[in-house]
Design a protein around this ligand. Structure first.
Ligand SMILES: [Zn+2]
Length: 323
């Protein structure tokens, strides 16, 4: 049996899988509020108790975590924990334990995703070979690259979210100057994420949205802006979401060029499935391709949205099979 997981800034998903190639079969999956716990080990211990699973039945464990992993140690970006593979393996003597970046874990899932687990924004002209780029937008922003090495897809992690935000329009440059004055430097995650949506909303509204209920916590702002934008209830919320979506499209185009992702761009994370109708509008692909003289190259790149919220856990289970 395999224990696989996906530790995000807001939600941690854990699952038990029957070993099987190429895609292990899920037995049970549970979700936990990440910050209601003191550590990943505490969540795993609770999961084993909740599911009645004996730790010695677990042959291999792999958890994708939202942060950079160096030498089996992860420093998380939006969660105040340091996690090591040794600590994880020590939980009730679990089997061989691995920690990888969460978007790298999603990369392991992409080759085994079924057609009903994704929405295609653009068919492109897929050669059936070539590299893939993956982006995620949830609490934070994540990215990973899948390299085609002699026909085998090999995921590699990336800290693209902390590279510089690519402002393109006059309005985005105004936003860049506003955020630079507040934070000194403006990385992609500062705009293209749930956290970013809150920052962009404050810039556009000149403070809080007037439709936000009094006393609502700051953490409620991103979901509120998305709801108001999709229902077109507040014009400033519409503009805020447009800027974040345009940023996602521009970064997706950049990553497609950086990795020559002729086999496709996959967009995952918690927010894209909720705004997929907004991503389907022509504006998204227009911004994605707006990189002359490379527009025709980008027009050939397939673009998909990953709709299965458990895809990261599936990827971690696939990775657990490759110790
Ligand atoms: Zn508003």
């Amino acid at each position: 049996m395999i224990l696989a997981g996906d530790l995000g800034g807001t939600t941690t998903r854990l699952g038990l899988f029957d070993d099987g190639a190429p895609r292990p079969a899920p037995l049970v999956t549970r979700e936990y509020a990440t910050l209601d716990h003191i550590s990943l080990a505490a969540i795993v211990t609770r999961f084993l108790r909740d599911t009645g699973c004996a730790a010695d039945a677990v042959a291999a464990t792999c958890i994708g975590v939202a942060g950079a992993v160096v030498d089996d140690e992860a420093v998380l970006t939006n969660v105040p924990w340091r996690i090591t593979a040794r600590e994880l393996a020590g939980v009730a003597h679990l089997g061989h334990a691995t920690i990888i970046n969460d978007v790298e874990a999603l990369g392991w899932a992409v080759p085994v995703l079924t057609a009903d687990e994704r929405v295609t924004l653009h068919e492109g002209a897929s050669a059936g070979r070539g590299n893939i780029a993956i982006l995620t937008m949830g609490t934070g922003f994540g990215a990973a690259l899948l390299h085609d090495i002699d026909g085998r897809l090999v995921p590699s992690p990336s800290e693209t979210g902390h590279s510089d935000y690519p402002a393109r329009t006059d309005r985005e440059i105004e936003l860049l100057m506003y955020l630079r004055a507040k934070h000194g430097r403006v990385d992609i995650e500062r705009v293209v994420s749930g956290i970013g949506l809150g920052q962009v909303s404050t810039f556009i509204h000149g403070g809080r949205c007037r439709t936000l209920p009094p006393g609502a916590p700051e953490a409620a702002v991103p979901a509120h802006v998305v709801a108001q934008a999709l229902s077109e209830g507040c014009p400033e919320c519409v503009e805020a979401l447009d800027i974040v979506v345009d940023g996602l499209a521009a970064v997706a185009g950049n990553l497609a060029l950086i990795n020559v992702a002729t086999r496709g761009v996959y967009i995952g994370g918690g927010i894209p499935p909720r705004i997929v109708d907004r991503l389907r509008r022509p504006e998204f692909l227009r911004v994605f391709r707006d990189k002359p003289p490379m527009a025709s190259v980008l027009d050939d790149v397939p673009v998909h949205v990953i709709m299965n919220p458990h895809a990261g856990v599936v990827g971690a289970a696939v990775r657990a099979r490759h110790p």
